[in-house]
Write a protein that binds this ligand. Structure first.
Ligand SMILES: C[S@@+](CC[C@H](N)C(=O)[O-])C[C@H]1O[C@@H](n2cnc3c(N)ncnc32)[C@H](O)[C@@H]1O
Length: 256
């Protein structure tokens, strides 16, 4: 049985098999579940208790959600606040945690798989390939709800030519493509990842200079993450890490 508290849980991108064991255990025992219904598909909730109270939050404001969570915990309920992907990015949990702390409500965070990780697995790639790319940037573009600090503008992040997972950008895809093209070559592969783990999931790998055109043509907007990376062409690149190389020694193995 769960203690009365708010459990803020990362649901992963959509496939219920990508819930962590801890997330699944908590979800399936909870009394009340508030879930971001625009981003969390119903299939993630398939094994919850039949008497669990399910509350979609798509049409609610923080002013509705916070008092509801406080009230339920004070009534001795275990409350899950379910967000898509992982909680560390674009989950708007910071302000929820502050408000819950002010009300002395216990909170536990349970991480999830983020969209970029599911995308890389589906594409069969590692995003850090020796000699090619060794950094992953998780980014967004300024939108209606949030503005990005100037030092983190997409064009300046693009200057690193790292593997870049671009969230929350579908509405601004033309602008995003133009900023990325300031630094990445036009033929850099981009995986357009639409609703991963949902029934209508689509993934298209296209050159960067077709990212906006294909997104619009195929209506791959809303709930789309763009993965821009030289590693997507990595199958043609001969590269090897030193870690498992016979001539490399480390704490657990002498060089041969
Ligand atoms: C509010 S953010 C949440 C990100 C989430 N915390 C994560 O770690 O994946 C929503 C954005 O994440 C991406 N996203 C979330 N779920 C997705 C999915 N199933 N398929 C593709 N993109 C997804 C899209 O870029 C979407 O606009």
């Amino acid at each position: 049985m769960l203690n009365p508290a708010v459990y803020i849980v990362g649901a992963g991108p959509g496939d219920p098999d990508l819930l962590t064991i801890k997330a699944k255990k908590i979800l399936d025992q909870a009394d009340v579940i508030l879930y971001a219904n625009s981003l969390v598909p119903k299939q993630v909730l398939k094994d919850v208790r039949p008497d669990a109270e399910l509350i979609p939050t798509g049409s609610k404001t923080l002013e509705d959600i916070i008092p509801l969570m406080i009230q339920k915990v004070r009534e001795n309920c275990s409350v899950v606040r379910l967000h898509s992907g992982d909680l560390t990015l674009y989950s708007a949990i910071h302000e929820q945690m502050q408000a819950l702390a002010e009300a002395n409500i216990p909170v536990e965070l349970v991480p999830g798989i983020s969209t970029f990780q599911d995308a890389a697995a589906k594409l069969g790639v590692e995003l850090t390939v020796p000699g090619l790319v060794q950094t992953i940037i998780l980014a967004r573009i300024s939108g209606r709800a949030s503005s990005v600090p100037e030092a983190e503008e997409l064009a300046s992040l693009a200057s690193h030519k790292a593997s870049l997972a671009l969230y929350l950008a579908a509405r601004h895809v033309e602008n995003a493509e133009a900023k990325l093209l300031e630094h990445y070559p036009a033929d850099t592969p981009v995986a357009i990842c639409y609703r991963l783990g949902w029934e209508d999931e689509k993934i298209r790998v296209v050159p960067l200079n077709e990212m906006a055109k294909i997104s619009r043509e195929e209506d791959l907007i809303r709930t789309t993450m763009y993965l821009i990376s030289p590693a997507l062409a990595g199958k043609q690149v001969a590269a090897r890490s030193q870690l498992y190389h016979p001539e490399h020694s480390h704490l657990f193995r002498q060089a041969q």
